[in-house]
Write a protein that binds this ligand. Structure first.
Ligand code: 7GP
Length: 795
């Protein structure tokens, strides 16, 4: 049999006319990408055959975002080929890590929600579950962030140039998507017939990214749709003098798969967003239905064979789209179609932040998708009628799908799905007790919880091979296959030599990160200092600002009061949405603190602030293994779950956090002694809001808050001042940084004192690693598969 490395050699010869010793790194990269894809295609064929033969139920995961991260290492690792390839390359003068670095990091997502989707695909595939992901092939994923003079600047990230080798184009499965135009109703002997006229259509081209599993039989598909114009230029319209419309398809197609999440703070952005959402959901639904019909010659059993998961509300148009297909193309009655639809969809909510609960204005939506709008309106009419009958009329203001001329997508999802889940215990409780209280009353049993999880193979086995191989030798259990086995480490919590070994590995990972910090920022950091990490999207509710306030507090104490704390390196990584001014200000503020501290000959010996630009999956893989402290300091009740908290814990960082999201479950898993919890709880936050939160009272009654804030007013570096941030905190402070300030500062002191006791810290860190098993995405996806989707593995 021809070995994998022989195939690489052959590819280089036939494609480039080079033997391996003449090839460039770029050529070797391409050969590895293409040959890995081919290998997965072969496996996929066998797996898919079994799947088809078994005719078992399948899950389809709809998500506007899949933050896949680099694929090559993950695939070689999963296929068990990494060692063979590494040796082969080394023999020929190449370093595998350098080849990995050529691959762009496909940023097809913004943050947690997108990364979760990819973790779930990895986990399901590793367990042999049949699951297909659907999304958009964005030409430009999330922007590349460059920090210039402390300000975030956004640059396009053209990942496809070098990233497309992993994709397989499936021209045989193109579909047509229709926008605009008008609908006509006509009574025929079969009932009401609806036709859609004068529409503009675009073509959805499928590109498949094959997803590998760890030592598994399965290879699943992430299907990414790319828009292309339908037949280009429309001569007929042009002749009629409708010049603009003659190229409409080109214009729409050009924009749809251009970029991820265009700013949606203006109508042009919103219209594009609507088109993107409909584009990929319609394409996916058409394909699912077509395949199902080809197998069974009926759609009556669709819900028995298909479950479609809606990852937050962005793909919600799946629902009216399936209704449309059933009603208009397969001539189902409304009742029969609705009966199928309401058994097919399950929906996950990922946030309770009001601004992220999607709403579309009817005036904007209806002209773009006239038929889809009429279906949503009918779903709403029938839902409102039903509410009247069951005596829930008074709650319609919150539950109605269309209200005040706005379409509320979460309401559409809840009404139409058979299951709705939150992503941590606390978040799911808030959904039923508060956000969706009325719905929970009328749909008892529809809501439940699946606490998020992470693909531990990426987040420990691949990104921290040193820790992984140590634990493999020590524990002699296959925790890479089954993370719950890592709990065996708990037996060593008082074993000094194991604690010391773990500490050495941490130091090594810190040294690797320091090198990167030095190269990318010029800052020298002390590897012995506490690496205190806050990495996540920049958002007010996540309170990077509270972290920054503590840094200012330390600065003052060191400079004016002679405080000499344990040296600490505060590491930040965060992208701010391009139109989000306050978030960008906060980045500028953090960068200014960094610069100010570096310029101070005393303070810089105790505190360093490092803002690493362009936070993304690849950078997370470098930072997380090196962290000592994991900052999870959102205002209680606001972070749905968090998943960075789990990755950091698994790599031995101690959580400093509020009782929010999955921190609550981390606290439960490790026990009070192995975590640093501070701040107001969710009920306390709510109570404070009810009584009228007045940040100025905190400012007046605490000299430390006053001194910290007034000191910020004096900062004036290169012409920038931060009075706006101070005024914001004193006058509004919507996420209660001032209310939690003291409790946070006190907890930070405890962190520091604990760190001085190396043995205690090491033992706490060990317990965190040992107790991380339940946060594997294997556990989460198993819950989805068994409790929600009712799907089985392919045997
Ligand atoms: C995030 C949540 O903020 C985070 O707490 C959670 O861990 C993650 O989803 C995965 O469940 N939400 C988003 O990223 C997001 O875009 C808007 O939500 C719909």
């Amino acid at each position: 049999m021809v070995g994998f490395t022989d195939e690489i050699g052959r590819y280089l010869e036939t494609k480039f006319g080079n033997s391996i010793d003449e090839a460039s790194e770029r050529q070797v990269y391409q050969a590895l990408m293409v040959k890995t894809r081919d290998k997965l295609s072969e496996k996929r064929f066998d797996y898919n055959k079994k799947l088809k033969d078994s005719k078992q139920k399948q899950a389809f995961y709809m998500s506007m975002e899949f933050l896949v991260g680099r694929t090559l290492r993950n695939n070689l690792f999963n296929l068990g080929l990494e060692k063979e390839v590494k040796d082969y390359l080394e023999k020929n003068g190449f370093t595998l890590d350098k080849i990995y670095d050529i691959e762009p990091d496909p940023g097809l997502g913004n943050g947690g929600l997108g990364r979760l989707a990819s973790c779930y695909m990895d986990a399901l595939t590793s367990q042999d579950y049949p699951m297909t992901g659907f999304s958009i092939l964005y030409e430009f994923g999330i922007f590349k962030q460059v920090i210039h003079d402390g300000w975030q600047q956004e640059y396009p990230d053209n990942w496809l140039d070098l990233g497309s080798y992993g994709l397989a184009y499936r021209s045989d499965e193109e579909v047509e998507i229709k926008f605009y135009g008008s609908t006509r109703e006509e009574w025929t002997d079969k009932g009401l017939k609806i036709t859609h006229n004068d529409y503009t259509s675009v073509i959805a081209e499928p590109y498949d990214l094959l997803i590998s599993g760890y030592h598994s039989e399965a290879v699943n598909t992430l299907r990414l749709w790319r828009a292309k114009a339908n037949k280009g230029f429309n001569m007929k319209l042009f002749e009629k003098g409708e010049y603009a419309r003659s190229v409409e398809s080109d214009v729409i197609a050009e924009s749809i798969s251009k970029l991820l999440y265009p700013a949606d703070d203006n109508d042009t952005g919103k219209a594009l967003r609507i088109k993107q959402q409909y584009f990929f959901t319609s394409a996916s639904l058409q394909q699912i239905v077509r395949n199902h019909y080809a197998t069974y010659s009926t759609l009556d059993n669709l819900a028995e064979k298909v479950v479609i998961h809606i990852n937050d509300t962005h793909p919600a148009m799946c629902i009216p789209e399936l209704m449309r297909i059933l009603l208009d193309e397969y001539e189902y009655s409304w009742e029969d179609a609705w009966n199928i639809v309401t058994k097919t969809f399950a929906y996950t909510n990922h946030t309770i932040m009001a601004e992220a609960l999607e709403k579309w204005s009817v005036d904007l939506f209806k002209p773009i998708l006239p038929r889809i709008y009429s279906i949503i309106a009918e779903i709403n009419n029938r839902f409102c009628e039903w509410c009247k009958r069951i005596g829930a009329l008074s709650e319609l203001e919150t539950m109605s799908i269309i209200h005040n001329n706005m379409i509320k997508m979460a309401n559409l999802c809840i009404v139409s799905s058979y299951n709705v889940n939150g992503v941590s215990k606390l978040h799911s409780d808030i959904l039923v007790e508060d956000t969706f209280k009325s719905f929970n009353r009328i749909y008892p049993g529809k809501f439940n919880n699946v606490t998020n999880g992470i693909a531990h193979r990426r987040w420990i086995a691949q990104s921290n091979p040193e820790l992984t191989s140590y634990l493999n030798d020590l524990l002699k259990v296959d925790f890479v296959k089954d993370l719950s086995k890592i709990e065996k480490l708990y037996d060593y919590k008082d074993d000094r030599s194991v604690i010391e070994d773990l500490e050495k590995i941490k130091l090594l990972k810190k040294a690797q990160l320091s090198k990167y910090i030095k190269e990318s920022t010029g800052i020298n950091v002390d590897n012995e200092s506490i690496f205190d990490v806050q990495v996540k999207r920049l958002h007010e509710y996540k309170r990077q600002l509270l972290n920054a306030l503590h840094i200012v507090y330390l600065y003052r104490k060191i400079k004016f009061d002679g405080l000499r704390p344990v040296p600490r390196t505060f590491i930040f990584g965060a992208k701010a949405s391009s139109g989000y001014a306050m978030a960008k200000n906060i980045i500028k503020f953090i960068c200014t603190l960094s610069e100010m501290i570096e310029a101070d000959p005393v303070v810089r010996n105790y505190v360093k602030v490092v803002f690493l630009e362009d936070y993304r999956v690849t950078l997370a893989e470098k930072i997380i293994p090196a962290a000592n402290v994991s900052e999870q300091i959102s205002q209680a009740g606001k972070e749905a779950s968090g998943t960075g908290n789990m990755k950091l814990m698994l790599n031995g960082a101690l959580t400093l956090g509020t009782m929010d999201g999955a921190n609550v479950e981390i606290h439960e898993a490790v026990g009070d002694k192995n975590i640093f919890i501070f701040g107001l709880s969710t009920p306390e936050v709510n109570e404070l809001i009810k009584n009228g939160y007045r940040p100025i009272d905190y400012y007046r009654s605490s000299s430390e808050i006053r001194d910290t804030l007034e000191f910020i007013r004096t900062i004036n570096l290169n012409g920038s001042n931060f009075n706006n941030i101070v005024d914001y905190l004193i006058n509004s402070d919507p996420y209660m940084c001032l209310a939690d300030f003291h409790s946070y500062v006190e907890k930070q002191k405890e962190v520091e004192n604990t760190y001085l006791d190396k043995n205690k810290w090491g033992s706490m860190s060990l317990v965190n690693i040992a107790k991380a098993g339940i946060f594997s995405a294997d556990r989460s996806t198993e819950e989805y598969a068994k409790n929600i989707w009712n799907i089985d593995i392919v045997k």
